[in-house]
Write a protein that binds this ligand. Sequence first.
Ligand code: HEC
Length: 347
Amino acid sequence: MPNLRKFYSRYLRRAAPTHFVLLGIVLALALFIYTPQAPNVDNSVSAVETSPDIELAKKVAKEIIAACPIVTDVKNLAAYDSCAQKLSQLKTLRDTMNAPFFWGAQSKVGNYNIKDSQTTEFDPFVWRRIYLATFMFKAELQIEQVNNLIVIHLPTQFRNQFDIGAYPYPFWHSSKKWNSYQQSTELLLFLEQGKLKGALRSAVVDPQRPKVNHAWDGKWVWTDAHGKQPYVTLYTRLFSPSNPHVAKVDAAYRAFEAKLRQNACVVCHSPDNASKQNPLLILSYPNQAISLRHETVRQIKEKRMPPPAGIFDDQERQQLIELAQTFAQAGDQALAYEGEKITSGKN
Ligand code: HEC
């Protein structure tokens, strides 16, 4: 059966630079006649048909666009921080994201089956605060329906001019990946039965977009004058400054991570994906390891990891289980403080 594709577009009003003076006057007037309806939304392009999922998709998209608008100075760190902060607290987005959440580059233009793309598995909070925030969003959106799947198209611009510690890991270890971040024209978010299952950087690229070149020196982590890098992988970035569980979860991860290294876990669970997992599960960074905090306990206990038969030595295995449990609990507490729903399911 051919795919049934329908499009719904929303273009949020944008001002040309020459209109700024006029805009100032209009804004001043608007302060007097302010009505609490959605700001700047031009509803002149109306939906042909609608459904609860389409309405939800629009709401999610508008929230994201409002939290992370395009700023002219791509190096604006304050805008990056503010976007990350807002995304982590967006109510509709939070309630709609599925755990786990999948993220990667679209394998082929028009292919909306996320399983056909190489993805990484995420805790929803980690993805929106750390990854989604690296993008800025144009005031436009398009909703596409393909059978029961709703695809949200968000035209984007990637923040590509920061120091290297501002990215979740050196994406430029693969030039293909780094180019996809820098030149993809859209993020595609996939919504099905009320849940956002994952997101992809579109295979459609704009080769005119200016690229920043970085050479990878072979290091996934490093330390500079400001401390451990990439700083965005640390819990001080992931959680609010007021979160009282940060020191505890960090200490728990560090103790656990030392053992993960000894048991070869990070050989496979690192960004270079030596064992070709799909989805890839990353344990080598504090933020990413949060996604697997419960599943690691189970995998070690049931002697499934590392393959083929787990940790042989009972005492060593028991020690790892305890470290994993302490980390899982501390992770739960830190996430709960941020308002996240905690499940001990797949993550
Ligand atoms: C030789 C590579 C390799 C090593 C070493 C390894 N893993 Fe894995 N791991 C995999 C692969 C491949 C998968 C996904 C496929 C699967 O489930 O078998 C996986 C899956 C997992 C999962 C998710 C399972 C699920 O079903 O969701 C967890 C958690 C995990 N590993 C933890 C660990 C831990 C902890 C260690 C170290 C004690 C470890 N792994 C060592 C390759 C590895």
